[in-house]
Design a protein around this ligand. Structure first.
Ligand code: CU
Length: 79
């Protein structure tokens, strides 16, 4: 089990720590990339913290897919 994941019913949230986000453009890019992953319902980047909070359907989306989507945009998920 991943300690960063919390679940309630068909919706879970997790927090990704992402390196390389520096401005609003990065925030939008990362949020868009996450929202393209099937099963992801919401993505909220906190630039100052360097994190993205993702709301998703655990039956459809996996953390690996989210990490891949972010890394394809040129950012690195550190944890
Ligand atoms: Cu930027």
């Amino acid at each position: 089990m991943n300690a960063n994941v919390s679940s309630s019913g068909h919706e879970s949230t997790l927090v990704l720590h992402i390196d390389g986000m520096s401005c609003n453009h990065c925030r939008v890019t990362v949020e868009k990339a996450l929202l393209k992953v099937p099963g992801v319902r919401g993505a909220e980047v906190d630039l100052r913290a360097g994190t993205a909070k993702v709301t998703f359907d655990p039956a459809k989306a996996t953390r690996d897919e989210m990490v891949k989507a972010v890394e394809e945009e040129g950012y690195r998920v550190s944890s």
